[in-house]
Structure formats: structure tokens, C-alpha cells
Design a binder for this molecule. Structure first.
Ligand code: ZN
Length: 261
């Protein structure tokens, strides 16, 4: 490897460089250290400006650049739903070391002027129709803007995605499109980390689901989509309202409960 590499980590016996830069871009006015950007945007910015298209890097490079951020790998994988492409291969000199190549820089998500991720060939009309049909992430049921957990500040963004990717013959029909949150987009099924999840699902299916829950889960699996109770469907519609509209729904529902007493 050439000598214009970033410093290798000191505790490795052999000097596998953390980053071999490719074609880097400049992003005037933006800095990946800026915590106001949010961690996914910061990771994107780091990759675009420090690694560059065609650049190769080790996971440790990300961990070093973002020491305080949990699951920085996941933030990187989420970029795949925003037209970023990564390829992976083993270091020829050490098969245990996985090298990631930034094959393509996707949407500049750190820039607020860049539009939300869309699937280029889907019309606005079709996209509206799919959002109206699904309303929530069809994988986990989260609504747009909703928090993933009460103690988690991250909120869900919803996008439309092909169920069967176009690259393997999926169609553009409504039946092959669904709404997912960014956490559940990006073909994470292809990540090696998700292989251990397979065993976890089977174990929990056997150990934690009662017969009725098993039947329900199986029907979701076969359908490729979960179903929602009427209350969950209403919740999703409610979540999509403006703050003022939500307030008027809250007031009206409270009045109804009072008049029942
Ligand atoms: Zn989800």
C-alpha cells in the first residue's frame, strides 16, 4: 500500500491503514464534528470529505472519528437507503479484517436544502398513495416523528421502499412498495451482523410466543407485512396531524370521556 495513508493504529502489529482516501468532496460550511447535525448526517459528511468515493476504510476509522456515538456502524448502513453504496471485502493480508469501500456517495443529507430521500422513479401521486395506505413503518409500526423509545431522542423518519429490490427483479407496482422507517430500511438483511438475528428470532419464537402470537407472527411473515389494530391505525393518523389538530382531537376526546362519567 502507498505511503500517503493516514496513520495506522499503534496497537496493530501490521500496519493496515485506517483510511485509504478516494475521491473526496469538499462541503463548505459543514463539519462532521458539528454535533448539531445529528449522527447519521455527521457520518455521511465524514465519509464524503475524509474517505471519498472509491476510498477504503476500517470500522475503527469511524469509531475513532465518533468516539461518543453508539452504533456508528448502523448509522453508516442506514445511508444505503439514501443512495450510498458500500462494498466489503476481507483484507488480503489478514482475512479477519474487513475493509469497507465507499463505492458511491449518495444524498448529501447533512445539507438541509437536499430533498428527503425518494425513489426516483415513483411519482408523487404513487408515493402519496403508498403513504396514505401504510401510514406507519410496516416493519415496526412506528409513525413519522415518533420516538423509538421514551428515553431515546431519535425520532422516526418514514420512506417508501421496494419490498423486493428492483435489482433482483422487484416491480414498481404498489404491491411491491411499502413504508418503512429509516431504521428498518437499507437492506440491513444483507449485513453480516443480521445473521445472528436469525437465530435470535427462532429462539424467541419458540420460547416467548404463545400459540396465538405464533400464528399472528407467521401470518405477518407470510404476508411480508404486519397488520395493525384499529387503535394503532388511528394512532398513526393522529400522529400525522399538525400540533393544533392534535390538540383539538385531544380536547374532543377528553370531552367525550367526561360526558360518559
Ligand atoms: Zn421501523
Amino acid at each position: 500500500m502507498s505511503s500517503d495513508l493516514h496513520a495506522p493504529s499503534a496497537n496493530r502489529q501490521r500496519a493496515t491503514p485506517l483510511i485509504v482516501p478516494g475521491k473526496r468532496i469538499s462541503a463548505p460550511g459543514f463539519d462532521y464534528r458539528d454535533e448539531a447535525l445529528g449522527s447519521r448526517a455527521r457520518v455521511a459528511l465524514f465519509l464524503a470529505t475524509e474517505v471519498g468515493e472509491g476510498g477504503r476504510f476500517l470500522k475503527q476509522a469511524l469509531r475513532q472519528a465518533f468516539p461518543g456515538i453508539e452504533q456508528v456502524d448502523r448509522r453508516m448502513r442506514e445511508l444505503r437507503s439514501m443512495e450510498w453504496v458500500f462494498t466489503y471485502d476481507a483484507d488480503p493480508e489478514d482475512q479477519r479484517v474487513r475493509i469497507t469501500t465507499l463505492t458511491k456517495i449518495g444524498l448529501y443529507i447533512w445539507d438541509p436544502d437536499v430533498p428527503r430521500p425518494t425513489l426516483g422513479r415513483i411519482s408523487a401521486v404513487q408515493s402519496r398513495r403508498i403513504f396514505d395506505r401504510d401510514r406507519v413503518c410496516t416493519i415496526c409500526g412506528i409513525a413519522a416523528g415518533e420516538r423509538y423509545a421514551p428515553d431515546d431522542d431519535r425520532t422516526a423518519q418514514l420512506i417508501i421502499q421496494h419490498i423486493v429490490p428492483l435489482s433482483v427483479g422487484g416491480s414498481e407496482d404498489d404491491s411491491n412498495l411499502h413504508v418503512v422507517c429509516l431504521r428498518h430500511s437499507g437492506g440491513q438483511w444483507a449485513a453480516p451482523e443480521s445473521r445472528e438475528q436469525v437465530q435470535r428470532i427462532l429462539t424467541r419464537f419458540d420460547g416467548e410466543l404463545d400459540p396465538r402470537a405464533r400464528t399472528q407472527f407467521l401470518s405477518w411473515v407470510l404476508r411480508g407485512q404486519r397488520t395493525f389494530t384499529p387503535a394503532e391505525q388511528l394512532w398513526a393518523t393522529y400522529q400525522a396531524l399538525s400540533p393544533a389538530e392534535r390538540e383539538s382531537v385531544r380536547d374532543e376526546l377528553a370531552r367525550r370521556l367526561e360526558s360518559q362519567d
